[in-house]
Design a protein around this ligand. Structure first.
Ligand code: NAD
Ligand code: TYD
Length: 357
């Protein structure tokens, strides 16, 4: 089997790291070049210490997806068979306090990557096997009420600068299919959780705050609902879509595990009480504090994954309860990793986002 050469962008972030580690193990005939600008969210150490046969098929390039010249050089040198595009500014609260970086990376960066891919694809006789997979979010669909699910036909209605920038990127990706025929795929997934997630997102932030006996800030009434997807299930879905998805199509990927934020936080408190030997008056729930809500806070996300299930046979393999425990245990075991991401920049963010709430 000839080596399949994949360009992964943003592979030093949360999902990209899990994707690269999981895929190199699962697909012994894939090689991966990871292009990452190493923003605060990117940590190249995530991909050190891989088994030798995996490391031999992995290469890292420190660079920005907006850099046209670099993209051109990489495509010419490596002649990629596929692009899997994770690189993004990914945190809603940061997009509220500083939207421009989201336009730069998520919109302009995606456009430059698409354009470089198109030039490469044309230069190689419009190879029918080439794929550009855009990893997107369910947040482009806006908010659901108490009932219903997002399908691939739900109209886009983004609420935050983050989701607006991801929506714009998705539109560009589809336009490159309709206008130029570039074989693209779009996936819109629900909230991921698991190892290597930067502790600004709900689950890892709450784990660290509970462990450190710090306040656990719940936005609004805590009843916003997210549909939780274990990151490894997401990675398996992406492999399926890349290998078997139909160019031009969109696939929703959901965990099918809807929970109110406050339920997730209670779960985390209970798991950690057990792990840390806390009970009664000492229970971790005493750290919960309801704080000012996020502006434009979407009430509920829930994904209908029946297209992906029916057409490609994917379904999530991990239950929320089991994978949440595994995630907590991963953070408890990885003190060095936590120390390495809690830089000065991290502390500045916590101060900026939480001190006035
Ligand atoms: P992340 O913030 O953990 O990682 C993003 C990575 O992109 C980092 O390594 C960062 O250094 C890199 N990056 C940022 N700007 C770059 C640039 N200009 N050039 C090159 N690299 C750059 O994000 P994540 O949670 O792993 O999300 C990955 C993708 O999946 C994003 O596109 C996100 O929108 C999407 N997504 C995430 C979730 C989720 O729950 N985390 C859910 C659905 C979709
Ligand atoms: P987050 O992990 O930021 O993901 P997203 O906003 O992309 O869904 O937040 C998940 C949910 O948790 C969301 O409803 C906002 C809420 N939340 C809090 O209540 N407190 C917090 O400190 C954070 C970061 C999030």
């Amino acid at each position: 089997m000839p080596l399949k050469k994949i360009l992964v962008t943003g592979g030093c972030g949360f999902i990209g790291t899990n994707f690269i580690r999981h895929t190199l193990e699962k697909k012994p005939y894939w090689s991966i070049l990871n292009l990452d600008a190493l923003t605060y969210a990117g940590n190249p150490a995530n991909l050190e210490s891989m088994p030798e046969d995996m490391a031999a098929r992995y290469m890292f390039v420190h660079g920005d997806i907006r850099d046209n010249e670099l993209l051109k050089r990489l495509f010419i040198k490596h002649n990629f068979d596929a692009v899997i595009h994770f690189a993004a500014e990914s945190h809603v609260d940061r997009s509220i306090l500083g939207p421009e970086a989201f336009v730069e990376t998520n919109v302009i960066g995606t456009f430059r990557l698409l354009d470089a891919s198109l030039k490469h694809w044309k230069a190689h006789g419009r190879h029918p096997e080439f794929r550009f997979l855009n990893v997107s979010t369910d947040e482009v669909y806006g908010s659901l009420g108490k009932t219903g699910y997002f399908t691939e036909k739900t109209p886009y209605d983004p609420s935050s600068p983050y989701s607006a920038s991801k929506a714009a990127a998705d539109h560009f990706v589809r336009a490159y299919f309709r206008t130029y025929g570039l074989p693209v795929l779009v996936t819109n997934s629900s909230n991921n959780y698991g190892p290597y997630q930067f502790p600004e997102k709900l689950i890892p932030l709450m784990i660290l705050n509970i462990v450190e006996s710090r306040p656990v800030p719940v936005y609004g009434d805590g009843k916003n609902v997210r549909d939780w997807l274990y990151v490894i299930d997401h990675c398996d879905a992406l492999i399926k879509v890349l290998e078997e998805g139909k160019p031009g199509e969109t696939y929703n990927i959901g965990g099918g595990e809807e929970r109110q934020n406050i339920e997730v936080i209670h779960n985390l408190c209970d798991i950690l009480d057990e792990r840390l030997g806390r009970a009664g008056k000492n229970s971790s729930r005493r750290f919960i504090q309801f704080v000012t809500d996020r502006p434009g806070h979407d009430r509920r996300y829930a994904i209908d994954s029946s297209k992906l299930n029916g057409e490609l046979g994917w379904k999530p393999e991990h239950s929320f309860e089991d994978a949440l425990e595994a995630t907590v245990d991963w953070y408890l075991r990885h003190n060095e990793w936590i120390k390495s991401v809690k830089t000065g920049e991290y502390r500045k963010w916590i101060e900026k986002n939480y001190h006035t709430r």
